[in-house]
Design a protein around this ligand. Structure first.
Ligand code: COI
Length: 359
């Protein structure tokens, strides 16, 4: 089912960035955005693409007071032959609905949600950058906006999509990042919202992230919230380790985000013949592997960062250097393979790409 969408084009289109090398991440926005309203009486209605701008919201809205908000992160790529394509977009749509269910936000029709994303991307196709490593980051989000202060499942919500032409997420680009293992704060607990992509998880991560940055690290590596023993995620990414010839990644226990890049890396690694263990992986096991030399490579995976090598791991006063602070061969291979599929440079044997329109 497709939602009805009206389109009001801007009368004042913005200048598109001319220097695609310095796009950075999420600072520039396109000319239009998508909005659609929900009420328990009318369901989803008033789907509209309008000029990008402020969204008037009632000051008592649920999102401001109780954090009723979820989001997704996906990218549109300009391929070698000029088409504009998405990567596994239905995975994002399904995860969005799972996040919505956890936060008592309304469900979206899957086809309708994907159609809203594609319609906006097609309208903004000239904003999809051309340079290598760049893309149009798509940020669908939903928030509750009941105009009263009672704590209840929401009866009114808004679904919105904004787009931003981006380059690398980290200033390091594909160079190794420095990660501090966080020993005080935790990001999520089982039974909580860790598996949902909701703003609150990221709000809870900010203090440790700020402390890590102040100490010269890029991001933190989270331990589980109960025993503070098992590795969960790294900053805004999932994490994987090459121990000897085996790949280990934290199991999806409920407090870990089910990443789409994570899933794609697992599929690729298995197709290449690697054993991938999704299991509980303790920080003690990690540090022992770093000390005895079995830890060969470590990397984060995420839509924004793609595959990001970890060059240094700080824990309990000691910095452990991984892969001589260089990009490991397997990390590089995963990055190359994924980005080649995403940018249409390589045949997509998995059927992961989704064409939106001609460029
Ligand atoms: C992504 O990788 O798309 C994310 O959502 C991470 C982040 C920028 C919050």
């Amino acid at each position: 089912m497709k939602y009805e969408i009206t389109v009001t084009k801007t009368t004042a289109p913005k200048q598109k960035p001319t220097d695609e090398k310095s796009l950075g991440f999420g600072r520039i926005f396109t000319d239009h955005m998508f909005l659609m309203d929900y009420s328990d009486k009318e369901g989803w209605h008033n789907g509209r693409i309008v000029p990008f701008g402020m969204i008037p919201t009632h000051p008592a809205s649920t999102v401001f007071h109780y954090g009723a908000e979820i989001f997704e992160g996906m990218k549109a790529y300009r391929t070698a032959n000029g088409d504009i394509q998405l990567f596994r977009p239905m995975e994002n749509v399904k995860r969005f609905n799972n996040s919505a269910a956890r936060l008592c936000l309304p469900q979206l029709d899957e086809e309708g949600c994907l159609n809203a994303i594609s319609t906006l991307v097609e309208l903004e196709k000239d904003w999809v950058p051309h340079s290598e490593g760049t893309s149009l980051y798509i940020r669908p989000f939903m928030y509750g906006n009941d105009p009263h202060l009672g704590v209840h499942a929401v009866a009114n919500a808004t679904f919105a999509i904004i787009c931003s032409p981006v380059g690398a997420y980290y200033k390091e680009g594909i160079n190794p990042v420095k990660i501090a293992i966080e020993e005080e704060d935790v990001r999520a607990v089982r039974g909580g919202t860790g598996y949902a992509k909701c703003g609150g998880n990221y709000a809870a991560s900010l203090r440790a992230g700020q402390k890590a940055e102040q100490n010269g690290f890029t991001q933190v590596l989270w331990l589980d919230g109960v025993e503070r023993k098992y590795i969960e995620e790294v900053g805004s990414m999932n994490v994987m380790f090459k121990l000897g010839e085996t790949i280990v990644t934290p199991a999806l226990t409920g407090s870990v985000l089910p990443g789409i890049t994570r899933k794609s890396c697992i599929d690729l690694l298995k197709a290449w013949g690697y054993t991938v263990e999704e299991r509980l992986f303790s920080v003690d096991e990690l540090i022992a592997a770093a000390e005895n030399g079995t830890l060969k490579e470590a990397w984060g995976t995420g839509t924004a960062a793609v595959v990001s090598p970890i060059g240094k791991l700080y824990y309990n006063g000691v910095t452990h250097v991984v892969t001589d602070n260089q990009i490991g061969a397997l990390t590089q291979k995963l990055y190359d393979e994924l980005t080649s599929i995403q940018w249409g440079k390589k045949e997509d044997v998995f059927g992961w790409t989704y064409k939106v329109c001609n460029g």
